[in-house]
Design a protein around this ligand. Sequence first.
Ligand code: PLP
Length: 395
Amino acid sequence: MSAATEKFLQSADLGAAIVAALDEVLGTRKTDLHAPVFAGNEWVYLKDCLDSTFVSSVGAYVDRFERDLAEFTGSAHAVAVVNGTAALHVALLLAGVEQGDEVLVPALTFAATANAVSYCGAIPHFIDSDDRTLGVDPAALDRWLSFKAEKTGGRIVNRDTGRVIRAIVTMHTFGHPCDMDGLLSVARKYGLTIVEDAAESLGSYYQGRHTGTFGLLGTLSFNGNKTLTTGGGGAILTNDAELARRAKFITTTAKRPHKWEYVHDEVGFNYRMPNLNAALGCAQLEQLPGFLQSKRALHQKYAKAFAGLDAVELTREPAGCSSNYWLQALKLQNIDMQLRDSILEQTNAAGYMTRPVWKLMHGLRQFGDCPRAPLDVAERLEKTLINIPSGAGLA
Ligand SMILES: Cc1ncc(COP(=O)(O)O)c(C=O)c1O
């Protein structure tokens, strides 16, 4: 048998073995990556919302959703907005990111993280991931900054570009929390602000504390594919009352309260979450503990089904953390793009929606010229991670 044939057979076998494991756990061969579940008060609250005529960005459900989110996450304040990208855009502005600054961003993330930096006129500066958490690696970041960054006039400047490095955006990949102690310590050492992109990690905890509450600000997404959905939606979390007030103000077109006058005293954004979406969110939040239990149960079933397959590893929550298991992922032990693609081909053909992880940000044309650290771990993860069906309705 030629080496090429043997390689093909191996890949066919592994793909077939993964399909068999998915069959064992899921059974039905028509499964989305992450379908939402609407099994609570969604219809009641939406009808109530329509009956009230308050369908836009003012309404009782918006206020309630913000209160409920703050309570669930333990954040002092939550400000509901139209999506997670808008939340990140505003959070970066409130963290002081200015035109021409650099912001440290994981290369392994969804494009929205880097896009939001660009919306501020700033430049994403890509950093590497930790193979264990899939989030930013604090030790690698510290090494990189120790020779790339210098303190000038109380600010941290990139020695190569001369630009101010203003902040770090951490992202809790697939719901698995980053090493927040390590990242907070690097941030303190260099005087950098942390903004947490917790779009994927509602219901995930690092050492018992909810993700998105460690940085100056954190952001959530409630897109249709997330653990909890409002259709489209997002939120800004912060423990700082003044930042929360500013977040609400600039996402409401910077309109000063007045009985009838339209007074807008700065350029604001029309980013507030509509009441209709918040009504959906209130109903979903009531079911969140159940969703989290189901997703953990699904992980346990997958762990059993994939236990005998040495060529793949099921990603799991880091020690000391509780993950929401937003997206379950298989990590191939070896880099083999042909094998990866044949697995994607076979699983999708069998009716199981599987996807590779995102292309790394510096590989996208629009971010190709941005500064970057060595990205060895992220580059390996890019080639070896495959997401498998993960919705709360599957367990
Ligand atoms: C890491 C990350 N950041 C930001 C976003 C943006 O959220 P949205 O789609 O709600 O704008 C998403 C998901 O969509 C995401 O996965």
